[in-house]
Design a protein around this ligand. Structure first.
Ligand SMILES: C[S@@+](CC[C@H](N)C(=O)[O-])C[C@H]1O[C@@H](n2cnc3c(N)ncnc32)[C@H](O)[C@@H]1O
Length: 245
């Protein structure tokens, strides 16, 4: 099975696949719940649907699309300091060439107490095998994610390394290193979850091994076990950072 080629194709799959919409509804609910009240900037909105779950959102992406409010790069954002209460990225951090540039921008744009909320692939012993076999995006656990340097203007925005979020936030040592580099950003949450329903749904592929009616009850069961099993089986990583006053 192939993945859609562009955001419009992702939107078409989104409209036609009920299981996908129910799975993602749960993911968007987690994002919205983690946000502070106030103004939200969405980065890398792409084919996304955050506005459907949280109306007061400025949606942006580095690639243009009719439904976005602005086109901009996460690594150099054209907004005034302390403009936003939340910055949301859903499956975007692992596409960034220089993640540190984004966190510098986030530190600048957030109001004190404001949050960065990111939902990303989580690399665990089980997800690593699955992503390696069935997902087109690479997992490179050797990348120096704190490296800075010039941005390549010809880089494909869909280039990726699914390991980036885990390399930054996957364990306590990594989180401490992050906070040492960005002392203004406190790591509030770094949870691995989504044990089975998400991979069994097939994501944006045309197949699913779960039915729409199974998604919510199965997700409730796996959420119960996630604190214990997430570090071994989780496919997703929710990271919440808060700007210190
Ligand atoms: C996997 S898609 C996720 C789209 C959407 N957030 C969703 O969940 O459906 C990754 C998105 O990140 C965007 N992106 C990649 N690099 C970016 C950058 N440097 N700045 C802003 N957006 C970027 C891509 O254009 C793409 O729309």
């Amino acid at each position: 099975m192939t993945m859609p080629a562009d955001p419009a194709d992702y939107r078409a799959v989104w409209k036609s696949k009920l299981v996908l919409r129910i799975v993602y509804e749960g993911l968007y609910e987690r994002i919205v719940k983690a946000c502070r009240p106030g103004r939200t900037l969405e980065i890398g909105g792409g084919s996304g649907n955050l506005k459907a779950f949280s109306p007061d959102v400025v949606s942006t992406d580095v690639l243009p699309a009719d439904w976005l409010d602005a086109v901009c790069d996460a690594q150099r954002l054209p907004f005034a300091p302390e403009r936003f209460d939340n910055i949301v990225m859903f499956d975007v951090l692992h596409h960034l060439e220089r993640p540190v540039r984004f966190f510098e921008e986030a530190s600048r744009l957030l109001r004190p107490g404001g949050r960065v909320v990111m939902l990303e692939p989580g690399i665990t012993p089980v997800s690593r095998v699955f992503y390696g076999l069935f997902h087109h995006e690479p997992v490179d656990m050797t990348e120096d994610v704190m490296a800075d340097g010039a941005l390549d203007p010809s880089r494909d925005p869909y280039d990726s390394n699914q390991a980036i979020p885990t390399l930054l936030f996957g364990n306590r040592k990594r989180r401490l290193l992050f906070e040492a580099r960005f002392p203004v950003l406190k790591v509030m949450t770094a949870e691995k979850f989504a044990l089975a329903v998400y991979p069994l749904s097939g994501g944006f592929r045309s197949w699913s091994l779960v039915t729409a009616s199974m998604v919510k009850p199965l997700t409730a069961v796996e959420d119960f076990f996630a604190p214990l099993l997430g570090p071994i089986l989780g496919f997703r990583l929710l990271v919440v950072l808060e700007k210190r006053p």
